[in-house]
Design a protein around this ligand. Structure first.
Ligand code: NI
Length: 227
């Protein structure tokens, strides 16, 4: 499933975060890459242990907890502390798949990457190019969202960032280990959850069929959950 999640951060939160991270010390983006992706990657990143990056990352983690659409779609078990990158003119990231396992160097925190996320921190009119291209069974999808919006996609997807031809694109990126490992099962649960919520809005949460379907949702989750 490829899903856009609007307004994870408010415009004010984005402006405050940008003021903090723009002034921080950026380094070559290859510090976090696997060997294959290092060949294809041209961008800047904030170091994982940068206090500014950590604070901004914590703000994003808090925002995710307050975003029901993210929780319903990702069914998160663990979220990797968000990282930050910036693509200036001529920068890009060629086609690659993210590493299956991510480990924090400083504290050994590690996750299996089921989902990848990019939270846009630049408005689309700040730069030309820079689309995130994600390939799935239905072809290639170009993603360029408003500042504060986030895209969630299976970490198993081939993806790339198109070259920037004007301006700069700043974003946060991170990975999620889901309670539901398989994308197809997670997608089914998400579709079911969304349908139950619309039915509940129409019929009321106490409606017998809404209660029955909610029970079926939780029993499926119980059957598949992986903690
Ligand atoms: Ni990637």
């Amino acid at each position: 499933m490829l899903l856009s999640i609007p307004s994870v951060l408010s415009k004010q939160a984005v402006a405050d975060m940008r003021a903090a991270i723009d002034a921080a010390g950026w380094v070559d983006g290859n510090v976090t890459s696997g060997k294959q992706s290092a060949l294809a990657k041209r961008n800047l990143q904030l170091p994982e242990d940068s206090p500014v990056a950590r604070k901004a990352g914590d703000q994003i983690l808090d925002a995710l907890e307050r975003t029901p659409l993210f929780v319903a779609a990702a069914l998160p078990l663990k979220v990797f502390p968000p990282l930050f990158n910036r693509y200036g003119e001529g920068n890009s990231f060629g086609m690659h798949v993210d590493n299956a396992l991510r480990v924090r160097r400083d504290n050994g925190f590690r996750i299996r990457t089921d989902l990848s996320a990019t939270l846009f921190l630049s408005e689309p009119d700040e730069y030309d190019g820079g689309e995130l291209i994600i390939e799935d069974n239905y072809g290639a999808h170009a993603v360029k969202l408003n500042a504060g919006d986030m895209v969630l996609y299976p970490a198993s997807s081939l993806h790339r960032v198109e070259p920037i031809t004007r301006g700069a694109r700043t974003s946060s990126f991170f990975w999620i280990q889901s309670m539901i490992r398989e994308d197809a099962k997670r997608t089914l649960l998400f579709d079911m959850d969304m349908s139950i919520q619309s039915l509940a809005a129409e019929l009321g949460h106490g409606h017998a069929q809404v209660i029955a379907l909610t029970g079926a949702y939780h029993n499926l989750l119980r059957m598949w959950i992986d903690l």
